[in-house]
Write a protein that binds this ligand. Sequence first.
Ligand SMILES: NC(=O)c1ccc[n+]([C@@H]2O[C@H](COP(=O)([O-])OP(=O)(O)OC[C@H]3O[C@@H](n4cnc5c(N)ncnc54)[C@H](OP(=O)(O)O)[C@@H]3O)[C@@H](O)[C@H]2O)c1
Length: 352
Amino acid sequence: MDKNYMLKAIEISKLGSGFVNPKPLVGAIIVKDSKVIGQGYLKNFDSLSAINMAINSATESLDNSTLYINIESDFKELLETNIKNVVVGTLDPIKNGQEIETLKTNGISVTLGILKEECEELNEIYIHYSKTNTPFVFTKWAMTLDGKLATKTYDSKWISSDDSLKFVHHLRQQVSAIMVGENTVKQDNPMLTTRLEGIKISNPLRVILSKYGDLPLDSNIFKIDKDKKTLILCSSKIQKSKEKEILKTGAKILKFEEKNGHLDFKDIITALGNNNIDSLYIEGGSAVLASAFESKIVNKVYAAVAPKIIGGKNAITPVSGNGIEKMRDAIVLNKVSHEIIGNDVIIKGYIS
Ligand SMILES: NC(=O)c1ccc[n+]([C@@H]2O[C@H](COP(=O)([O-])OP(=O)(O)OC[C@H]3O[C@@H](n4cnc5c(N)ncnc54)[C@H](OP(=O)(O)O)[C@@H]3O)[C@@H](O)[C@H]2O)c1
């Protein structure tokens, strides 16, 4: 039963997805006599805590009830109630068990580690950011069965099915920032916004890697308003006139010293982390993905494989760059899993 209630806590925590960053997703369920009598979740960065919301929503007295929560939290409000049992999914790396100790010292029984793995995956962004102060980085690309990211004319709309395009928008909803390279802006003119029906949308910060700001100023990424913001990452050698043109659109610029003719991804994630960006979703293209993998900053990979064949030795593959010489040096993913969405296979794995 503990697992079922924890699953419910995980489920409702996801309602905060896209709005709580850089805080964790938190869901709390209060159960009494095998019945859920209260529930709450962290709605956004400044809202009431999940525990507070669950307590306020309780339909019965809290005597002999149990609270289920996916991650260790500030339990202050709980100490003022009659809840005497607490079930926690996983520890918060910042609180590091101190809140659990406080509960125990106040005579509250604590069970820790129910659905620990699921709770950790749910908050992998928060856990990584708390430990490193740099964003959790994941990549996602769609490729054909013959391993191409686009045709030889750079056409990639659309490799994957409508259902996996929806999956992309769910990923965008979860993150603080999404990144593409200059060529992707030129070839695809993407909006890089989240488009999902039936839920409140959170658009990630659009981050464009463009060494010298050579971007068409009528691109969709420059359609900026209070919900859609754009940051251009460029070299400190960018021409003043280019810089001015870009700033006029309302986009912001972050400049980096070039290292071996490129921007260093380690510098990039440090700067983004210092600006409260807890998660970065790199969508492509091939050159940016190569640069990210070469810098060893990628934590998680999603690859959608579509049952289509396009051929062409000049058609680009997902990761360009110099590549390696020997298979023994390949980046090997771990905790690999897959699911089928529409006609596509989505492969997921981690890089440790
Ligand atoms: N199927 C998919 O999922 C998907 C997703 C996105 C894009 N795409 C496709 O990918 C294609 C574009 O890919 P692409 O490889 O040509 O271009 P890209 O990766 O979008 O952009 C390349 C640009 O980024 C710059 N860049 C990369 N890493 C850099 C770094 N560390 N510092 C500074 N600049 C850096 C490159 O500069 P340098 O030239 O100096 O290296 C180059 O100017 C398009 O056809 C698009 O449709 C497909």
